[in-house]
Design a protein around this ligand. Sequence first.
Ligand SMILES: Cc1cn([C@H]2C[C@H](O)[C@@H](COP(=O)(O)OP(=O)(O)OP(=O)(O)O)O2)c(=O)[nH]c1=O
Length: 200
Amino acid sequence: MKPNHSRRVVLASTSPRRQELIASLHIPYEIRPSYADEHTPSDWTPRQIVEGLALRKAQAVYEEIGDPSENAVIVGSDTIVVLEDQVLGKPADDADAFRMLKSLQGRAHHVYTGVACIDAATGQRMVRHRMTRVVMKPLSDATIQAYVQSGEPRDKAGAYGIQGLGSTLVEGIEGCYFTVVGLPVSLLSDMLSEFGIDVL
Ligand SMILES: Cc1cn([C@H]2C[C@H](O)[C@@H](COP(=O)(O)OP(=O)(O)OP(=O)(O)O)O2)c(=O)[nH]c1=O
C-alpha cells in the first residue's frame, strides 16, 4: 500500500531541531510557531509537564487553524531534563547554564519529551511521551565555562545540545537519541499513522 501523503503536518514549534527532524520524514509539513504559556503547577510529574505542555502548544495552533475543512494534523512537543527530583528547563542566562551543567556533570539524568497530535478537522487528540537516560562525563569548570561561552546551551533544556558540541560532554545514553534532541520521530510516526499519515 502506498503511503497516504494527502494530509499534512503542522508543526507547532519554533525549534530549529524539531523542524529539521520533521523534514527528515519526507511528509508534507508546515511550521506554525506556538507561543503557549509554559508555566506548570509545581506538583506536576515530569510526564505531566511534557505531555501537558506538548498539548498546550498543539492546542494554541488548533485554536488558530482548527476547521472541519482543514486536512492536517497539528503536532506539539516539549522537552525537559530531570536530575533526581529537579526539573531543568532552558537556562535563564549563562550563569544559570553553568550551574545546570555543573549539577549534571559526572552523573546520570533523564530527558523527557512529550508529543501531542491534534486533528485540525475534528479536534481528536493524542498525547504520549518518551524518556531517555543520559550519563554526562565528569567535567572541569574550565570545560563547562568554554561550553557555555560557545552559546550552545542558551536555548536548550538542561543547557546542552547532544546534537552539537554537547555531544563531547556525553558518555552514553539509554533510550531514543531523538527524545534528547526534542522530537522522538519513531514515536511520532506511530502517532501520525493513527491519524491517517503513514510515513512509510
Ligand atoms: C537536552 C537537549 C535539549 N534540546 C532542546 C530541544 C528543545 O528545542 C529545547 C527544549 O525547549 P522546549 O520548550 O521543549 O522547546 P522550544 O521552546 O525550543 O521549541 P517549541 O517552539 O517547540 O516550544 O531543548 C536540544 O536541542 N538538545 C538536547 O540535547
